[in-house]
Each structure stands twice: as structure tokens, then as C-alpha cells.
Write a protein that binds this ligand. Structure first.
Ligand SMILES: Cc1ncc(COP(=O)(O)O)c(C=O)c1O
Length: 503
């Protein structure tokens, strides 16, 4: 290893010296400083309220951009100058997703073992598009996705080692990528419809999901060429879960019109309110109709480590693909979204293409999994490391305790809201997401309340718009999503104090 520079001898040596690499000694020092900085940051987020930065970044649009130099440096800068700019230029524009006062969107939580896994992945700097390019990357991922399947009770047919060895898991970047991959595989498997353009007036491939599904499903249709107009958004019941009888009716109507229903995405834990679609009924329909069933459990999937929540996925053995994001609620920092299939060949059949420069003996002989054939991009990082570290550090018991505590806190928060006559709970809470609005207030008033709460800097809340009550009128609703790694009962009670004291 190079720690000190020798005097140069020849010209190539001189040009080598001109490249100002950081020495391993300095990296050791700066790396430790960076770890200290991160640990101090997390300590500060969890310290006394007065020391905590406002949860939401307090900058105007363009402020960070304008604060950065217009031109890059021509000469390298000392590390001290670079590091100083983290606090000076970057931190003012950082929203603190890991703050215990962060209740927005869904969590994107992290933990130290996961950070160490990501650090190791970057340090190794390997690529795993082929087994051949880094066998450990592929095989740790195979084993860890099998482990995760066991932890959430996923049927063995979805695993690498499942009874017929046809299934398996893969780490995608996001649930959006997973949905796209599933739709591409489904399109490949669907009966041919000739030239599938939405403008020909001929038969079309039709995909289905609910009005409450994440927009990534429609986006997958846009990207895959299925077309956004060929996605049917099926209405929901009073709990905002997909109405399976409407789905069946729509599929029948599309068949009668000469179209080809080919794909259903059901959601376990919708983005707006955490609603749970009827997975078994949808699975039975898709099997009867020869359609692909993808289950998007991006958020709620983490809760399946606890046996008491597995009713949500009753019937998932009938699905073709299942996906959830450990990067949401399982402390495995972004990005880490696991997609399982019962039929890996349907995915590789849709995505595999082999130019000469990627050929190698192990692949040619069909001895290995090449994960490039399970995803849209070619390159892939060693993301399994962070998931492996998380699972080993916490164990099944630790992960269960983590989820159960958040669900307990959400139940407590829902009780506080429900006991206050000024508020009305919306949707059916199952996990860590609580939705509510002002009972007698207008949408504008609920929105203004959320804004005032966020302006305190003590908490961050986000919103949605969903049909509410028997009239199913679209109303503005505040979402409180409890799932940050360091959230405590005190933090939840503080959030309630802010909200109830701000009305
Ligand atoms: C149900 C659901 N599906 C998909 C997504 C998209 O997630 P990603 O950012 O991993 O694409 C989300 C994001 O919140 C979600 O809630």
C-alpha cells in the first residue's frame, strides 16, 4: 500500500506523482473523522430538543445551488476545506429523515450496521452484473434474499433453494424498478397481440391496479410501452382496498372488448393510508385468467417479520412476484428493494441480452445466476452486504421488536387523535401509519394546520387526498408515519403536543 511518495525517477513516475491520491494513512484518519461526524449527527438528532435542528430544511429554492462555487477547482483542495463545507454548505439544505421528529412519507430508515455494509460495498468497489465479476456479491445476495424470505414467511417457491429451484430473490434499487421488471416479465409471458400500440384500435394489453396504488405502477406501464392509457385504476372499498369484484368485472369487460388483460398489481400497505388489497381473491382471479399477479408491499412488507401481520398476505403463494423495501422500514439504508419471483426464467426471458464482451464460462454453462438479467441496468453494487449485516445484527427477534414497537406507538398516537373530538381518523390503521383530518374543518384548514406544525421545526408531517366517509368525497388528510429508527414514545407524544396545541 502506498502511504508515502517516493521521489520520481522517470516521466511515467512523474505523471503518477501528479495524481494527488489520498494516502491510505490519511484515509484512515479522515474516515474515522467521518464516522465520528455521522455518530455526532445521530446523537444530535436524538439529543435534547433544543439542540435538534429543525426537521425540515430551512432553505429557499436555489439557495444551496447558489452557495456553491460556479466553477470546479483546477487544483485539488485540502480535505479540511472540503469537510468544512459539509456543515457550511450542505447541512443547511438537509431535511433530517433520521430525526425522531420525522413522520413524513414513509420512513427511509437506516442503522449503523447497514451504514457499515454500504461503506464496505463502496470500499470493495466491485461490480456484480455477472456472477463471474464478483461471485460473492451474487451468492451473498442469493443467500440473504432466501434468509429474508424465511424471515417474512414467504413461501419457499419464491426462494433460490425452493423446492423446484425455479424462484429466487434479487435486490433492486427501488419498488418502482421492481414493478417495472415484473411488468416486463408479464408482458413477455402474455399472449402475443401483434403490434401492441394503443393507437391501432386493435387488441391491447391491459394492466390493473387500484386507484390507491402507488404511481410507480402507471409509470411502469409508461416506461414498458404498455402505455398509461392501458392501466385500469380499479375503485376501492370503504377501507380504500381494491374492490376485487370491480376488478373481475373490468377484466371481463376488457376481454369482451377483445383486449388482453395481462397484469394486476395489488398493494399491501398503500401509500396514502396503508390499505391492504385482498391478495387471495386477486390471486385466484389472476390464476383463472392467466394474468400476472405482482404484490407491491414496499412499505408494509417489513412488518411481515411479525407473524401477527401475515394475514395481510394471505394468498401470496398464488402471486408471480412479491416486492418490499427493506430501505423503508427495515433500517437498511436506501437503496434496497427486494423482488422475489416464483419463475426466474420469466424475468430473465424478458431482460437477458448477451453481447460477446459479457460472455464467460460459468454463464455459458448455465452454472450461475447473473443478476444483470434480473434488472434493467447492467451494473450493480454489493447491496446484500448491508442487508446481511442488518439481519445478523438484529436477528429475527430484534427486527420483530423494532416493528412491534412502532406499531404500538402508532396505536397510541391513533388513540390520542381518536380521543380528541376536533379530529377524525381516516382509513383503517394496521401498521405505523395514522391518517386524520380536522373533523369540522375545511381541507384548507387541515392543510394550514399541517403547515403550522411543520413550521415549528419540531416535526415533519406530509399529506394525501383520499375519499372519505360514505359520500367518498376527496379530502385533504394528514399522514403521521411512525417508523424512524430512533423514534420513541416521547417523540410521538411530543408530536401530538405540537399538533393538538397548534389547532
Ligand atoms: C406502496 C408503494 N409502492 C411503491 C413505492 C415506491 O417506492 P420506491 O421509491 O422504492 O420506488 C412507494 C413509495 O412510498 C409505496 O408506498
Amino acid at each position: 500500500m502506498t502511504t508515502a511518495q517516493e521521489p520520481s525517477q522517470g516521466s511515467s513516475e512523474a505523471s503518477h506523482r501528479a495524481v494527488p491520491h489520498m494516502s491510505t494513512d490519511e484515509f484512515r484518519r479522515r474516515g474515522k473523522e467521518m464516522v465520528d461526524w455521522i455518530a455526532d449527527y445521530i446523537d444530535r438528532l436524538n439529543g435534547p430538543g433544543t439542540e435538534r435542528p429543525p426537521v425540515m430544511a430551512q432553505v429557499e429554492p436555489g439557495q444551496v445551488y447558489r452557495s456553491l462555487p460556479v466553477h470546479p477547482p483546477s487544483e485539488g483542495e485540502p480535505w479540511e476545506a472540503i469537510a468544512a463545507d459539509i456543515d457550511r454548505l450542505v447541512m443547511p439544505g438537509v431535511t433530517h429523515w433520521q430525526s425522531p421528529g420525522f413522520f413524513g412519507y414513509f420512513p427511509a430508515n437506516t442503522c449503523f450496521p447497514a451504514l457499515l455494509g454500504d461503506m464496505l460495498s463502496s470500499g470493495l468497489g466491485v461490480q456484480g452484473f455477472l456472477w463471474h465479476t464478483c461471485p460473492s456479491l451474487t451468492e451473498v445476495e442469493m443467500r440473504v434474499t432466501d434468509w429474508l424470505a424465511q424471515l417474512i414467511g414467504l413461501p419457499a417457491s419464491f426462494t433460490i433453494e425452493g423446492s423446484d429451484k425455479r424462484g429466487g430473490g434479487v435486490i433492486q434499487s427501488t419498488a418502482s424498478d421492481a414493478a417495472l421488471v415484473a411488468m416486463l416479465a408479464a408482458r413477455e409471458r402474455a399472449p402475443s397481440i401483434g403490434a401492441p400500440t394503443p393507437t391501432t384500435g386493435g387488441p391491447r394489453l391491459i394492466a390493473y391496479t387500484s386507484t390507491q396504488a402507488h404511481s410507480s405502477i402507471v409509470k411502469a406501464a409508461m416506461i414498458s410501452g404498455v402505455g398509461r392509457d392501458n392501466v385500469r385504476l380499479i375503485d376501492t372499498d370503504e377501507d380504500l382496498a381494491m374492490d376485487a369484484s370491480q376488478l373481475a368485472r373490468q377484466v371481463r369487460a376488457d376481454r369482451d372488448a377483445g383486449h388482453v388483460p395481462f397484469f394486476v398489481s395489488s398493494t399491501v400497505g398503500t401509500t396514502s393510508t396503508g390499505a391492504i388489497d385482498p391478495v387471495r381473491t386477486i390471486g385466484e382471479l389472476t390464476q383463472r385468467e392467466g394474468m400476472w399477479h405482482h404484490i407491491d408491499a414496499a412499505y408494509a412488507g417489513s412488518a411481515l417479520v411479525c407473524e401477527e401481520f401475515r394475514w395481510m398476505v394471505d394468498g401470496w403463494e398464488l402471486a408471480d412476484t412479491f416486492n418490499f423495501n427493506p430501505h423503508k422500514w427495515m433500517m437498511t439504508n436506501f437503496d434496497c428493494s427486494v423482488l422475489w419471483t416464483r419463475d426466474r426464467e420469466s424475468i430473465t426471458g424478458a431482460l437477458s441480452i448477451t453481447p460477446e464482451y459479457l460472455r464467460n464460462r460459468a454463464s455459458d454453462e448455465g452454472l450461475v445466476i447473473d443478476y444483470r438479467d434480473w434488472q434493467a441496468p447492467l451494473g450493480r453494487r454489493f447491496r446484500a452486504l448491508k442487508l446481511w449485516f442488518v439481519i445478523r445484527h438484529y436477528g429475527a427477534d430484534g427486527l420483530k421488536a423494532f416493528i412491534r414497537e412502532h406499531v404500538r406507538l402508532a396505536a397510541l398516537f391513533a388513540e390520542l387523535v381518536g380521543d380528541d373530538h376536533r379530529f377524525e381518523l381516516v382509513g383503517k390503521r394496521e401498521l405505523g401509519l395514522v391518517c386524520f383530518r380536522l373533523r369540522d374543518g375545511s381541507d384548507e384548514e387541515t392543510k394550514a394546520l399541517m403547515q403550522r406544525c411543520n413550521d415549528t421545526g419540531r416535526i415533519l408531517l406530509t399529506h394525501t387526498v383520499v375519499p372519505v366517509g360514505p359520500a367518498r368525497e376527496e379530502r385533504f388528510v394528514i399522514r403521521v408515519s411512525i417508523g424512524s429508527t430512533y423514534v420513541t414514545e416521547q417523540a410521538v407524544r411530543d408530536a401530538w403536543d405540537v399538533i393538538s396545541g397548534t389547532v
